[in-house]
Design a protein. Structure first.
Lengths: 258, 285, 285, 258
C-alpha cells in the first residue's frame, strides 16, 4: 500500500508527536486542535486538553469549529469561567504546552496577528491578540504551527502581538519570563527549534521530499540549519487513519471540515 | 428586581444612544436577538465592549451603531475575517471606528475588577509586545512587596451589559450553565443589565448548590426569546449553527449583500424568528 | 497526578516540620482527620495558615505543632473563645505563638492571588483600622489610572494545603459541592496538596457542567477517610455536630482536660474512628 | 394576655423592624441571624439574606449555629466561594445592610474585637477582624447590636478593629468611604443613631421601662440624647411568637439555642 499525505496532515502529525500523555495542553482551533486530539487518540491517551473557553480535560469525539463548541463542555471534566481560566489555570502556571499560530513570524518566533501595515491605517486588519500574549509567557513551552511563505516568515514584524524570543539570547529572562517560549516551529516543510544560545529558530528536521532550497525560498530571513538535520519520520498508517477518521466524523457532525 | 418584559421594551428600557454596552457570551449564549433589536431601534454612537466581537458586532458595526470598539480578538471563530469590522477599520465604512484594543487576559481581568468594584485590574502580561504602545490604558504597577512590575488596565464598568441565559424564574433569578465566559462578571460590572432567556419558568429546578445564578436584584430587565442566541447556541436547547458562521463570510464580504441581508433578516423581522432556528437545531436536553 | 494512599502515608508524604501549611474548609469540610494525623506524626514548627483557626487549629496549637499562625478570625464559631489559641497568645502555652493577623477579605484575596500566581493581592480595605500598625504585610498600592490608594497583601503560597472533599474518582479528580470556602484557591496556591475524601468512586457521577472539580494533576495525595471532616460536616453525607462545638469549650478551657482528651481521642486512635461519627450524623443524600 | 420579653428579644425585634423587604443583608451569627430571619418571617418576606460563607438568598427554617451550616446552603438560591463573596458581592457594593457586634465600642461606633490590653501582650485575646472591617466599609449601612455596659461602651478602644465614624464628622468621607457606616446602634436599653453633623452616636429611642440614668450608667462616655427621644414600641404578639417559634425549632433541630 502507498501512503500519501497533505502538507497539513504532515504538520498535524508532527505536532501530535511532540505531545506527551502527561501534558496539560492549551488548545487552539484548527490544526492545534486536530494535533492534540490525534495525540490523545494515539500515543498520549491521558493528555489533558484545555480550551480557553474554560473547558478542562475535554475529550471531544469530533473537532470543534470554535473554541467554545458544546461538545467541548459536554465531554469536559469541568468548565470554568473565562476569568478563572486566565487567572488560575493559564497565569497560575498549570499549562505545560500551548499552541499558537501567527500571520507573521520572525526568526526569533515573535508573532504578529494584529495588522499588516501601520496600526492606525492598516492595509489588513487581523483579529488581534486574543489569548496569545499571555499563552506565550505562561505555558511551559509553545509550539508554533504555520505554513511557510516569504509573506509570513518575515525579517521584521509589522506589529509584535506576541513576544517569542524577542531579540534572542536571554531576552525572555531579562523581562522576568521564566517559561521556555517557542521550542518548536512546525511548518509544512520542516521543524525549527531555537538555537540553545542565540534562540534563533533553526531547522532541525526536514519533512520527507523537501529540499533545503525550498525552505530558504519560503523564508524572509537567511535560514540557519542545525549541524545535524534529521529527516522527519513519515506519517504512519495509524496516524493518518486516525486523523482522517477524526476529520470524517467532524465533517459528518458539522457539515464542515474542522 | 428584574422586570420581565418584551424584548423591544427591554432594549428600549436599558440602552440609549452614546452608551457603553458590553454584549457578552464566549461562543456560547451570544445574545444575537437582543443585538438585532438594538439595530432595529437605531441605536447610535455606542461604545461596544466585547472580548470577541464576532458576528454580533460585525452586524452592529456594519449597521453604524458603533462609535468605538473595546475588544481583544476580532475574527469569525474557526472561519476567518470579520469583514464589516475590517471594512470599518481599513476603510472607515460606514464611518470611522475608534479602537481600544487589549488581549483576552486583560479584558477578562478588567471585567472581574469591574464586578469587584476595583478601579483597575492587575495581572502578569503584556511583556515585550507592541499593544501598550498604541493603548494608553495599558500601564504597569509595582508589587509593594517584591518590586516586580505587573500589567494594569482600568476596570470595565459598562453602562449596560446584555447577555443571553438558559432560564429565569418568575422572580427574575437567572441560571447559566455550560461555557460561562465572562457573563457573570460583565453583569456584575454594569449599571444596567438585560438578560434574554430561552424560557421563563416557575422554578429554576434541581441544580448544583453552586450553580451560576444571577439573583434578580442584579438584573434590570429580562426578555424571553426562545432561540435568542442563534447562530450561537444554548447548552441543552440547541446546537451552534456552524454552517451559518461559514456562510456569514460570504454575506458580510460585500457591503450591498450585507445590507440586503440585514434588511431582510433583521430590520424587517422581529425576535420571534429565532424560535424557528431553535426548533431546527434542537438537541436532547 | 494524585496518588491514592492511606492517610498516614499521605500526611507523611506531603507535610514536614517547618512547613507553611494551610488547612482550609469554611465551616464545611474541615479536614479534622488529617490534622489529627499530623498531630500523631508529631509535626513541629509549622506555620499554620487558615482564615478561621477553629477547633482544628486549637488542637494543633495546644499540641505544640505551631510556630506561627496566619489567620483572620480565631473563635469557636457560634460558641465563643478558642481556649488553646488564647492560652498560647496570652500565656505562651505550650510555647510562644507568632501571629500574622489579617481580615477575611485580605486572606480570601491572598489565596486567590496565590492561585493566580500573582505576588500580591489588591482590594478595598483596611481603612482607618489598627491592623496595618501591627502587620507589616499590609501595605497600600496606588491605582495607576485614578491615583486611588488600595490595600495590598502578599499572595499566600503555602508549602502544603490540606482539604477535605466529598469524592474522588480513581484517577484522582476531586469533587467539592456546597459551601466552597477558599479550598480551591488554597489548593491551587500550594506546592503540595493533600485531599481527604468521603469516598473514592469509579466515576464522579452526574454533576453540573460547572461543578467544582480539582483535576488530578493539581493534587499530590488523596486519602479516603469517611467522616474525616467531623465535627464539621460533608454536604449530603453527614451534619455538623453542633453539640461537639459547644462541648469543646469545656474540654479546651483547661490544659489537663485538653491533653487528656487529645490523648484518648487523637494520639491513641486512628483515622478509622471518624466513620462512626459519619454514621451517627448521616443525612439523606 | 400579658406580654413579657427578655432584653435579647427586645434587641432582636428592634433590629428586625429596621430591615426592609428590599434589603440585601449580610448576616452574622447569633442575634443578627435571628433578627434577619424574624424580619423575613414577618414584615419583610422578600428580604435577601447572605452569609459570608457564600450562601446567597438563603431561607433557613431554623437558625444556623455557624455561618456555614448545611441548612444555609440547602435553602440558598446559590452558594459561591468565599473569595467571590468578598470580591463581587461585598466589595462589589451589592449589600444594603450589614450587622456587626463588638467587644468594645466607642461613641463614634468604632469597634474592637481584637484584644483587651496591648496587642503584643493582651489581657484577653479576642477573635479578631473576621469580615468586619470590610463589612463596615462596603455595606450601604450598618446596624451594630451590643448589650450595654461600661466595660464594653468605652471612652477609648484598646484596638480599632473596625472603623465606624472614626473621629466623627466627615472622617469616613475623608478616607474615601462612600457608604453610611453605622446608622443604628441597638442595645438592650435603647437605640442610638449618629448625629447628622458630628456623627456621635446619640440616643433616639428608649426601650419601654428604661430610665435615662440606666443608659448613662451603662455607658463609658457622657451620653448624648436627641432633642426628641421616642419610646421604642413594645414587641408585638406576632413578633414574639414568631421569634420564639424560630428559637424552639432551632433548639429541636440542633439541641442548642441558636
Amino acid at each position: 500500500m502507498t501512503l500519501a499525505w497533505t502538507a497539513t496532515e504532515m504538520m498535524t502529525v508532527v505536532s501530535a508527536r511532540a505531545l506527551r500523555s502527561t501534558d496539560v495542553c492549551f488548545v487552539g482551533i484548527g490544526l492545534p486542535s486536530a494535533a492534540c486530539n490525534l495525540a490523545r487518540l494515539t500515543h498520549a491517551p491521558d493528555i489533558t486538553l484545555i480550551y480557553e473557553s474554560g473547558t478542562i480535560a475535554t475529550r471531544p469525539s469530533v473537532l470543534p469549529l470554535s473554541i467554545g463548541d458544546g461538545e467541548l463542555c459536554d465531554t469536559a471534566l469541568t468548565t470554568v469561567s473565562v476569568p478563572e481560566m486566565f487567572r488560575y489555570w493559564l497565569q497560575g502556571g498549570r499549562i505545560t504546552v500551548g499552541f499558537l499560530p501567527g500571520a507573521q513570524i520572525d526568526r526569533f518566533a515573535n508573532l504578529n496577528t494584529t495588522v499588516i501595515g501601520p496600526y492606525d491605517a492598516p492595509a489588513t486588519r487581523l483579529p488581534g491578540s486574543g489569548g496569545a500574549p499571555e499563552i506565550m509567557t505562561h505555558c511551559g513551552e509553545i509550539f508554533v504551527t504555520m505554513k511557510q511563505s516569504r509573506r509570513s516568515f518575515v525579517q521584521k514584524l509589522d506589529f509584535v502581538t506576541t513576544f517569542g524570543h524577542g531579540e534572542g539570547g536571554d531576552h525572555r529572562a531579562r523581562l522576568g519570563i521564566r517559561t521556555k517560549g517557542p521550542t518548536r516551529l512546525i511548518t509544512d516543510l520542516c521543524v525549527f527549534e531555537p538555537d540553545p544560545e542565540t534562540k534563533e529558530m533553526t531547522v532541525t528536521s526536514i519533512h520527507p521530499g523537501v529540499e533545503r532550497a525550498e525552505i530558504s525560498d519560503a523564508t524572509g530571513w537567511p535560514v540557519r540549519f542545525a549541524d545535524t538535520v534529521a529527516e522527519t519520520a513519515m506519517p504512519t498508517e495509524l496516524e493518518l487513519a486516525t486523523l482522517r477518521d477524526l476529520h470524517t466524523r467532524t465533517r459528518q457532525a458539522h457539515g464542515v471540515g474542522g | 428586581m428584574a422586570h420581565i418584559m418584551t424584548l423591544g421594551a427591554a432594549v428600549a428600557a436599558v440602552l440609549q444612544d452614546g452608551d457603553t454596552v458590553a454584549i457578552e457570551g464566549f461562543t456560547h449564549l451570544i445574545p444575537h436577538a437582543a443585538a438585532h433589536e438594538a439595530i432595529r431601534q437605531g441605536r447610535r454612537d455606542l461604545t461596544l465592549v466585547r472580548m470577541t466581537p464576532d458576528i454580533v458586532y460585525d452586524q452592529m458595526i456594519g449597521m453604524g451603531c458603533a462609535r468605538k470598539l473595546v475588544f481583544s480578538w476580532g475574527g469569525n471563530p474557526g472561519v476567518g475575517s470579520l469583514h464589516r469590522f475590517r471594512d470599518a477599520i481599513e476603510n472607515g465604512w460606514p464611518h470611522r471606528l475608534e479602537l481600544e484594543e487589549h488581549a483576552h487576559a486583560a479584558m477578562a481581568n478588567a471585567y472581574a475588577a469591574g464586578a469587584a468594584n476595583l478601579p483597575f485590574a492587575v495581572f502578569r502580561g503584556y511583556l515585550g509586545v507592541d499593544l501598550p504602545k498604541v493603548n494608553p490604558n495599558i500601564r504597569r504597577v509595582a508589587c509593594p512587596f517584591t518590586g516586580e512590575e505587573l500589567a494594569a488596565v482600568p476596570a470595565l464598568r459598562p453602562d449596560v451589559t446584555i447577555i443571553h441565559a438558559l432560564r429565569a424564574d418568575r422572580d427574575g433569578n437567572v441560571l447559566i450553565e455550560g461555557i460561562l465566559g465572562v457573563q457573570k462578571e460583565a453583569v456584575l460590572a454594569a449599571k444596567r443589565v438585560l438578560v434574554t432567556v430561552e424560557e421563563v419558568v416557575d422554578d429554576l429546578g434541581p441544580r448544583s448548590p453552586n450553580a451560576v445564578v444571577l439573583p434578580t436584584w442584579t438584573v434590570t430587565a429580562i426578555a424571553e426569546v426562545p432561540g435568542g442566541a442563534y447562530p450561537s447556541y444554548a447548552q441543552g436547547y440547541y446546537a451552534r449553527d456552524n454552517a451559518f458562521y461559514l456562510g456569514w463570510d460570504k454575506i458580510a464580504r460585500d457591503r450591498d449583500t450585507f445590507l440586503a441581508w440585514m434588511k431582510a433578516n433583521v430590520l424587517e423581522q422581529g425576535p420571534e424568528v429565532f424560535a424557528a432556528h431553535r426548533a431546527r437545531l434542537a438537541v436532547a436536553a
